[in-house]
Design a protein around this ligand. Structure first.
Ligand code: NAI
Length: 462
């Protein structure tokens, strides 16, 4: 029986990053994973494959919409769906093998199989029991089911099935206008499907800054996505090839239905801790199924910790990674820490949407005096040259101190642009600090600087 300092259960972004950092800090580390490849949901059936399909279909969109204007003539490419899926699978393969290589490099043992915790200090994988001073639950999340909707991963699919459909559907109904629904909805729209998104709330992307929500919905509509808001899905009836989605409009309780070849259920995810034996161990879990932890990721049972989607907080790969690193440092006797006030969120549609910190709605609720610096990409030369001038950068800063409180970007490369604001926020910067920083011309980043200038004496290009 092997003895470890740490055994991590789950090799998603939380688990594998925690394992690598533990090993780097000199702890004898193993990671349990039952899938055939490392990387968890994110690398195998989530973040990475969806980005491959988003990239491929964006290229198609560029060819169809913008090539001719740039003097690039010729027939637009046609879609070879099988090849697109092969490309996506190759991208997955490169990434999951990359983690395997990193495990070997860092001398981390991959314990293959599904793990459980028979008692504190022990992890069972298959018939073998391994001993560990510390056990980390990094088992992630699974699709949350919707009453009246049975996911068969063929006609009625979760994001997993949507990444491997047999063919591009003619009609797709997406339930839920959150991140998954809009990312994958836009993939299939660009591939030629008719896409209708049915959302319970009266706005898309709950929690997002209100102004971003409105502009985002308008831009997606322009791309051809249909939205039915304020509609509660009641159920889905499916045959082998078709489905009917029924929903009730909240405003008048009237019932309606939509036919589809494929229904994507994207109504959220729930922590996945099945089979770990947490009940028998007495590990405290919230009513929503999240493992309860203290500020140091410790559960109520000594030596058992939890991170990522399995605990409280946004279900984001990078939040899990940061928790993984922080916990590794704590286990190695250092002072690991995550700043939950500065965790960016990104939606990888075109245009991208990115945010960090407070929204205007939150600041109003808190009764805080703030100022808004906004700059439209229309005033950014690079964006105009690249057919990417839709959207804006908005920086929210404290009225009195000018300290940056939040930022919201809808536009080209928003998911990358947001990070200079994250760094600024980590350092407690004022908008003026960003505004006084030289930004190369011509770059999209200049729009960030202009928004920072707009918090003070005003931007130059609007
Ligand atoms: P979500 O929580 O982002 O959105 C779910 C949406 O479904 C909400 O707008 C909700 O109001 C709606 N909804 C719920 N029940 C409904 C009903 N009966 N009828 C109509 N609408 C209903 O969940 P999503 O998109 O499934 O994503 C799951 C998790 O994965 C999220 O936490 C998300 O942040 C994460 N994720 C993050 C990505 C990224 O960072 N780019 C990409 C994909 C997922």
């Amino acid at each position: 029986m092997a003895q470890y300092d740490v055994i991590i259960i789950g090799s998603g972004p939380g688990g594998y990053v925690c394992a690598i950092r533990c090993a780097q800090l000199g702890l004898k580390t193993a990671c349990v994973e039952g899938r055939e490849t490392l990387g968890g949901t994110c690398l195998n059936v989530g973040c990475i494959p969806s980005k491959a399909l988003l990239h491929a279909t964006h290229m198609l969109h560029e060819a169809e919409e913008n090539f001719a204007e740039m003097g690039l003539k010729g027939k637009s490419p046609s879609v070879d769906w099988k090849q697109m899926l092969t490309y996506k699978d190759n991208v997955i393969g490169q990434n999951t093998q990359g983690i395997e290589f990193l495990f070997k490099k860092n001398k981390i043992d991959w314990l293959k199989g599904w793990g459980s915790i028979p008692e504190a200090g022990k992890v069972k994988v298959g018939e073998e029991v391994h001993e560990a001073k510390n056990i980390v639950i990094a088992t992630g999340s699974d699709v949350a089911s919707l009453p009246g909707v049975e996911i068969d991963e063929k006609v009625v699919v979760s994001s997993t099935g949507a990444l491997a459909l047999g063919k591009v559907p003619k009609k797709m109904v997406v339930i839920g206008a959150g991140v998954i629904g809009l990312e994958l909805g836009s993939v299939y729209k660009r591939l030629g499907a008719e896409v209708t998104v049915v959302e319970y709330l009266d706005a898309i992307t709950p929690g997002q800054d209100g102004e971003v929500q409105k502009v985002f919905q308008r831009l997606l509509k322009k791309q051809g996505l249909d939205f039915i808001l304020g509609a509660a899905v009641q159920g889905v009836e499916a045959t082998k090839t078709k489905a009917k989605v029924t929903y009730k409009l909240k405003k008048d309780d009237s019932e309606h239905s939509l036919d589809a070849d494929t229904v994507l259920v994207a109504t959220g995810r729930k922590p996945y801790t099945d089979g770990l034996g947490l009940d028998a161990l007495g590990v405290a879990v919230s009513p929503r199924g999240q493992v309860k932890t203290d500020g140091h990721y410790a559960t109520n049972i000594k030596g058992i910790y939890a991170i990522g989607d399995a605990i409280d907080g946004p279900m984001l790969a990078h939040k899990a990674e940061d928790e993984g690193m922080a916990l590794a440092e704590i286990l190695a006797g250092q002072a690991g820490h995550v700043n939950y006030g500065v965790i960016p969120g990104v939606i990888y549609t075109h245009p991208e949407v990115a945010s960090v910190g407070k929204t205007e709605e939150q600041l109003k609720d808190e009764g805080r005096a703030y100022k808004v610096g906004k700059f439209n990409f229309m005033g950014n030369g690079r964006a105009k040259a690249n057919f990417a001038a839709d959207g804006f950068v908005k920086i929210l800063a404290d009225q009195a101190t000018d300290r940056i409180l939040g930022a919201h970007i809808i536009g080209p490369m928003a998911g990358d642009l947001i990070h200079e604001i994250c760094v600024a926020m980590e350092f407690g910067a004022a908008a003026e600090d960003l505004a006084r920083t030289c930004h190369a011309h011509p770059t999209y980043s200049e729009a960030v600087r202009e928004a920072a200038l707009a918090c003070g004496d005003g931007p130059i290009h609007s």
